[in-house]
Design a protein around this ligand. Structure first.
Ligand SMILES: C[S@@+](CC[C@H](N)C(=O)[O-])C[C@H]1O[C@@H](n2cnc3c(N)ncnc32)[C@H](O)[C@@H]1O
Length: 265
């Protein structure tokens, strides 16, 4: 039987959990000592989470979910990778935190959570590129929010995903017109890791993201674009004054990240 795209991607992510947990990028020693894994932009733009319920979609092995809980939120993390969810639960126990982790495809999250709704839905860095249909995803986000609740996302800019790995040539369409199948060696967290898997992704232009979320019924509060990346995950990035990384040749001239805040009326 042929594997579905979600199954191919689940295998891709399962295979990376162990190596991510010991990678420099995820800085587990610092995290265990109490350092946050969240970046200054999302901490500032989400604002206070004290006493709020927060659903973290595509939570990987849970560092950001636990970081929001450390800031006072009641957190539920959702991911479809069984390895990621079991690592997240183990981390939560080790740190004696109270985060709930649920294994589910993001497009089935509201039924996996039995219709529960949240003050905040959060997702970040490397998320919607794994989803073929943003309308389905946006309806799910809408269902997960309480009236008045906020959806916040921050991710790498679709302009960056147009380029080849070296960021030297346009390799893919900005528009969502193709299923992008790749054989990925290593990982963004450890380029030399001895691992090779197939993955399937989709590029989503900004207009598609805004269109899907507004059609689902959410109201946009802001969109921001950034010429740098908090993560050193693209070729030829160099440290930037003020933190994060910029391109060694293009500086901060091209968009590398965006953020959105939407609200459910
Ligand atoms: C780049 S990571 C998330 C990034 C997060 N900011 C981090 O670095 O910890 C992407 C995550 O999305 C999850 N994922 C991919 N497709 C998914 C889907 N359809 N449903 C749920 N989770 C999915 C993967 O298992 C992986 O844990």
């Amino acid at each position: 039987m042929e594997q579905s795209d979600f199954e191919i991607n689940k295998h891709h992510w399962d295979a990376r959990v162990d190596l991510h947990m010991v990678s420099e990028l995820y800085n587990m020693p610092g995290f265990l000592k109490g350092e946050t894994s969240l970046k200054p932009t999302e901490i500032k733009e989400v604002g206070s989470v004290v006493g709020k319920s927060l659903c973290h979609l595509q939570c990987h092995f849970g560092q950001d979910s636990i970081s929001w809980a450390r800031l006072g939120a009641q957190v539920t993390g959702v991911d479809f990778s069984p390895k990621a969810i079991s690592a997240a639960k183990a981390l939560n126990n080790e740190l004696k935190m109270n985060v709930r982790f649920v294994e589910s495809n993001v497009i089935e999250a509201s039924s996996a959570l039995k219709g529960e709704t949240f003050d905040i839905v959060f997702t970040s860095y490397g998320t919607i590129g794994w989803l073929p249909d943003l309308k389905v995803w946006a309806n799910e986000v809408f269902s997960l929010l309480k009236p008045g609740g906020v959806f916040y996302m921050i991710d790498f800019h679709p302009v960056v995903w147009m380029f080849n790995d070296e960021l030297t040539e346009i390799g893919y369409s900005y528009f969502n017109i193709e299923r992008i199948v790749e054989e990925i060696s290593g990982s963004y967290a450890d380029r030399s890791a001895d691992i090779k898997t197939q993955s399937v992704g989709w590029n989503h232009p900004i207009s598609e993201i805004i269109g899907a979320l507004t059609e689902a019924g959410l109201k946009i509060e802001f969109m921001h674009e950034f010429g740098f990346s908090w993560y050193n995950v693209f070729a030829d990035l160099i440290p930037r004054e003020g933190g994060g990384f910029k391109h060694s040749k293009y500086g901060e001239k091209m968009p590398m990240m965006y953020s959105f805040k939407f609200r459910k009326p």
